[in-house]
Design a protein around this ligand. Sequence first.
Ligand code: UT7
Length: 327
Amino acid sequence: MSRNAYIVGTGHHVPEHVVTNADMEKIVDTSDEWITTRTGIKERRKVEGSTASSDLVSVAVQNAMEMAGWKPSDVQGIIVGTVTPDYPFPSTAALVADRLKMGNIPAYDFEAGCTAFIYGLIQAKAFIESGIMDRMIVVGVDCLTKITNWDDRGSCILFGDGAGAVAVSSEGPGGRLGGWHWGSDGSLGEHLMQIGGGSKNPASHGTVDRNEHTIFMNGARIFKHAVRAMHDSCMKALEQDGTEKKDVDLLVSHQANLRIIDATARALELEPEQVYINIQKYGNTSAASIPIALDEAYRSDAIRETSTVVLAAFGAGLTWGGMILHW
Ligand code: UT7
């Protein structure tokens, strides 16, 4: 009998500290009006002091395990999508597995920018359907405010911190992982990157002086690509799933810009109430944005027992992806 993979628990965690658009006006030459009309963002969350990705992930994972009814020893593997791990190594996944006493399970980080959570779900689907695992945790987390260029008004107003997690099982009921699509185009990678800190430009006084440990983004170029990539990802995932646009109940997409979400919703011919939006509260939380939105949608009953949900994202790499979930 063929095996399926189901989301049986969701959880998220965001830091308490709120940074409003009025706060941003004190940092760079911007306005609440510009940020709201160009992005849809009203406020975002920011970690303070030495709080790091693993701290947010630990709470998000505990929430997802609680919903699933899992003990830490039930988890057979944990994978964490992030561009802001606690350290280059060891992995944030291994730190969290240890902190939550999950035992000596496989634990690793991977990186696909803001698309990471969808890449993670596709990995989980493969692991579970092939029988490699029965129960695993997929996480998307980023603390982008730790690598934000606070002098760049074109990017610093966008980002916030957060973590989201799902428990994926070979046994339902839950949200079945259905059709998917994923891709990348490294020739466009230069438009969204952290130039310093890797093997090409290792950390040095020079890289710090040149602000190369922060995010460089060509916003307009990314915007153009994003609209196309999100639409393409949705349509290819739907086609692989054998589902038509008219059968979609809810879009839970990467929350990067309200105008990008609106364009995707229009392409899918969805009504406003069929689109889950929380960008006004959190800004762009990168790999965390979809699992945070998914958890909120599930707990607020925007997802019901029979919902068909479309996930779609794009991000650094450049990468993109989509997945269909059937509750
Ligand atoms: O998760 C993936 C990560 N990245 C993204 O998703 C980014 C996708 N891109 C975007 O969301 C949009 O391109 C932005 C929100 C970043 C920018 O919006 P835009 O409509 O593409 O603006 P723009 O970059 O074309 O700039 C328009 C104007 C410029 O002024 P001039 O040259 O027309 O006088 C900018 O200098 O807006 C100016 N501007 C700002 N003004 C006030 C740029 N940032 C700001 C700001 N406040 N924060």
